[in-house]
Design a protein around this ligand. Structure first.
Ligand SMILES: [Cu+2]
Length: 289
């Protein structure tokens, strides 16, 4: 009797051991997961004389890499033409309308990152189907001839949608403030930029020289007379104007330091238009090791 009980207990133990081993084996095998859909990639090349990119891009989330092969910094701005607006109409309006407000009414601006000479920038846009322009006012602007432009069309596909990038920094643009963390880590960070305001906004990111304050920079920017000597800050990064309701992701790599973020765009609701900077659209950002 005692022997039988022992044997039964032994069998039970064996059964439990087998079951545990089986469970362990199950845990060791990764559960099947859906293969992540990679973001479609679009390459944009900008030089001092041309802006080239594919004429057709997928609608939805698209990773855009802007590479600058020129000698000057370039900031291609991506814009969706409102439904029914042609590129010719937009160009004509831009040339005839000095203030720029009529041309602006024809498009939604998605922004875009400035690429320094020989460098590239990565961003992710969420393209609604439609017709777009990429326009660079940089060296081709007021002093250097006509702006550089490319047209493209975003068409919806039938495949599964890629997942949105995971942001490590959230940047919200409102009238007239930046909502940003006080501190971020150095190295490549994915910023999600959202314009939650009622006006257009941009981000100029400047690294302050040792001992320079935001007030010093503000005084310099507001000054009527151009300052003498080199500026007390470094123009590190720039995100081009973005219309209200738009969002995008941008991979920004900032070295440690103290930065100021500013928006210089005009507020067309005031007469004469005052800059968003004058409305207080300035923010200090510290980048730590
Ligand atoms: Cu602004």
């Amino acid at each position: 009797m005692v022997f039988r009980q022992r044997m039964t207990a032994g069998l039970r133990l064996a059964a439990v051991t087998v079951l545990m081993l089986a469970l362990a084996a199950c845990n060791a095998t990764p559960a099947p997961t859906a293969t992540p859909v990679p973001l479609p990639a679009v390459a944009v090349d900008v030089s001092d004389t041309a802006l080239t990119m594919p004429a057709d891009v997928p609608a939805g989330l698209v990773q855009v890499t802007v590479s600058n092969s020129g000698q000057a910094p370039h900031s291609p701005l991506f814009a969706r033409l409102n439904d029914g607006v042609t590129q010719e109409q937009f160009m004509e309006t831009m040339q005839t309308d000095q203030s720029g407000t009529a041309a602006l009414a024809l498009v939604s601006l998605l922004g875009g990152a400035q690429a320094k000479p020989g460098a590239s920038q990565q961003m992710v846009f969420d393209f609604k189907p439609g017709n777009y322009i990429a326009i660079d006012m940089g060296e081709g602007g007021p002093t250097g001839g006509p702006p550089l432009m490319a047209n493209f069309t975003a068409t919806a596909g039938s495949g599964p949608a890629p997942a949105a990038p995971v942001a490590t920094v959230n940047a919200e643009l409102i009238d007239f403030q930046f909502t940003l963390p006080d501190q971020i880590k150095s190295g490549a960070q994915t910023w999600k930029i959202e314009n939650k305001g009622g006006q257009w906004h941009e981000m100029g990111i400047f690294k302050l020289n040792e001992g320079v304050t935001v007030d010093d920079v503000m005084a310099m920017m507001m000054s009527e007379t151009p300052p003498e000597g080199p500026p007390p800050f470094e123009d590190v990064a720039f995100w081009a104007p973005m219309s209200q309701g738009q969002h995008a992701w941008w991979t920004v790599d900032l070295p440690p330091g103290v930065y100021t973020v500013m928006c210089f765009l005009p507020d067309f609701s005031s007469t004469p238009p005052t800059s968003h900077l004058e409305h207080g659209m300035v923010r200090t950002l510290t980048v730590t090791e």
